[in-house]
Every structure is written in structure tokens, then in C-alpha cells.
Design a protein around this ligand. Structure first.
Ligand code: GDP
Length: 195
């Protein structure tokens, strides 16, 4: 994918405030610290884009980027911080669910996994919820440079045995910059190919 323009659009605390241009939307989800910003920056070939949204106070908001004035990336708040209260967790869930259910331009939710942790309970809950609502998902296994090729391939195989998926989980590394074209190809397939 040739990236011509990337623009930070806004951060929202309410799904109703999401930007209104009729672009397809790709959302990014994962546990806090999983490597979500690094994945977004690598896809956009920018060093800092997604970190803009990590200034204090903005980590619990949905951050929107417009790509080539043709596509939105929605950076969802990271989930699963052990220390947050139940109320806060429910607030996040409400925000994410209302956004995903009411935004009709959502084409793909990229669920990011750390290669050393595999699929956690919260990841499974999200994947089941997406499936129940017929929202397309793509698993990206990140930080693959931290383990051997055999280990990352074994995790990929295990996940494929456990779940019925539309896409093979993608092995990614923001350090080695591997897996970028595979992720873009799934995005293009869901956003720009007529069905
Ligand atoms: P976020 O909180 O999910 O947005 O995660 P970040 O993108 O900020 O990454 C969290 C930490 O993991 C940072 O220290 C990153 O440098 C590191 N990290 C992210 N992706 C990779 C990767 O592919 N390989 C390695 N080795 N480290 C990574």
C-alpha cells in the first residue's frame, strides 16, 4: 500500500462523535502494551503517528487517523490493565461495543496478540463477541522477533486449530518490519474489494 497522507483526525469518548466521512474503517484492538501503536506506525510508515494518541488522558479514547483520505484507522483503547477498576473496564467495553455496533463502515477489527502470551481470555471474549456480531476480524501476532521462527509458527498453527478464522493469523514484528504487506493485503481485501 502506498501511503500518501496520514492525518490524526480526533480522539472520541463517545461512539456518536466518530468522524463522519464515508470511508471504510479498520479498528485495532489488543491488551495494553501489546504493541498496537508500533503496529499502526509500521503500517503507516511513520515513527510517531500512533504515539500522538498516547498522551495522558487519551489512552481511554478511540483515536482516529485518516489514511490517503480513503480509509480510517480507529485505534481502540487497550484492554486488560490489571489495575483498573471494574467500572472503568465496563466503561471501555461500552465505548468499544457501541462504536463497533453502530459504525456501519467497520470492515475489519485487527486483534493483536503478543507472541509470548498467545490468546488470552480477554482476546477470546473479544473474538467471540466479534463473531457473534458478524464483524470480520484479523489476528496479528506481534513481537515475533522475540521468539524463534518455530515458536511463532507453532502458535499460529495452534490458534488455527482452535478457532475458525477467515484469515490465517499474521506473524508480525515492528522491529524486523515483517508481516506488513500481509496485513495490508487483508485490509485491502476487506476495504476495497467489492463483495
Ligand atoms: P501499545 O501500548 O499496545 O500501543 O504498545 P506499544 O506499541 O507502545 O509497544 C509496547 C512495547 O513493546 C514497547 O516497548 C515497544 O517498543 C515494544 N514492541 C512493540 N512491538 C514490538 C515488536 O514487534 N518487537 C519487539 N521486540 N518489541 C516491540
Amino acid at each position: 500500500m502506498k501511503i500518501r497522507t496520514v492525518e490524526f483526525v480526533k480522539s472520541v469518548a463517545d461512539a456518536a462523535e466518530a468522524p463522519k466521512a464515508p470511508y471504510p474503517v479498520v479498528a485495532f484492538a489488543g491488551r495494553s502494551n501489546v504493541g498496537k501503536s508500533s503496529l499502526i506506525n509500521a503500517l503507516l510508515q511513520r515513527k510517531r503517528t500512533a504515539y500522538i494518541s498516547r498522551t495522558p488522558g487519551k489512552t481511554r479514547l478511540i483515536n482516529f487517523f485518516s489514511v490517503n483520505e480513503a480509509l480510517y484507522f480507529a485505534d481502540l483503547p487497550g484492554y486488560g490493565f490489571a489495575r483498573v477498576s471494574q467500572t472503568m473496564r465496563e466503561e471501555w467495553q461500552r465505548l468499544i461495543e457501541s462504536f463497533l455496533l453502530h459504525n456501519h463502515n467497520i470492515r475489519l477489527v485487527i486483534v493483536i496478540l503478543d507472541v509470548r502470551r498467545g490468546i488470552t481470555e480477554l482476546d477470546k471474549q473479544l473474538l467471540d463477541w466479534l463473531e457473534a456480531h458478524a464483524i470480520q476480524s484479523l489476528l496479528v501476532i506481534t513481537k515475533c522477533d522475540k521468539v524463534s521462527k518455530n515458536e511463532s509458527a507453532a502458535l499460529q498453527r495452534r490458534i488455527m486449530q482452535e478457532r475458525v478464522l477467515s484469515f490465517e493469523p499474521i506473524l508480525f514484528s515492528a522491529v524486523k518490519l515483517t508481516g506488513i504487506s500481509e496485513v495490508w493485503s487483508a485490509i485491502s481485501h476487506e476495504c476495497f474489494m467489492s463483495k
